[in-house]
Design a protein around this ligand. Structure first.
Ligand SMILES: [Cu+2]
Length: 155
């Protein structure tokens, strides 16, 4: 009985979550599903909460992990998921924006090295108001999707 209870406790604990707080922004669990070894691109996700009283916009990012890092959104045309570049991601005051699979994401093109589950990948998010914010993307378990095969027309 005691053992079963302990297992449930482990399942309920978000062991892998991490987050970062600036004056007005709460940046929650930046993550990259582990790319396959031969992948040339990968996607990254993050949740951003604007706890200030002025609009904020994520306008880009930098990381040594990839040759190019851009903001993307996913649109559906004729039932097919296609990705399009975004010039920025607006986060209104009091709003929480989820960049997540099937929606907005960071696109890493031209990976400069391997990434394995548990790795922490340094990056700098660039906000219009807050400027540069240093974060780390956590490499999460493989999501099973080979992102490199998704349609990237429009780049
Ligand atoms: Cu993409």
């Amino acid at each position: 009985m005691k053992r079963a209870f302990f297992s449930l406790m482990l399942l309920a604990t978000p062991l892998a979550a991490h987050d970062q707080i600036t004056d007005d922004l709460h940046i929650i669990h930046p993550s990259i599903p582990a790319p396959i070894a031969s992948a040339k691109s990968a996607a990254g996700y993050v949740t951003i909460s604007n706890e200030g009283d002025t609009p904020e916009e994520l306008i880009g990012l930098r990381t040594p992990f990839a040759v190019s890092s851009t903001l993307h959104t996913t649109i559906f045309e004729d039932g097919i998921a296609r990705m399009r570049p975004l010039s920025g991601v607006t986060i209104a005051p009091g709003e929480v924006v989820n960049m997540e699979p099937g929606g907005m994401h960071v696109m890493f093109m031209g990976l400069t090295g391997p990434a394995q589950e548990g790795d922490m990948i340094p990056a700098t998010l660039v906000f219009r108001q807050a400027g540069d914010v240093a974060i780390e993307f956590m490499v999460d378990p493989v999501d099973g999707a080979d992102h490199s095969t998704m349609d990237h027309s429009g780049h």
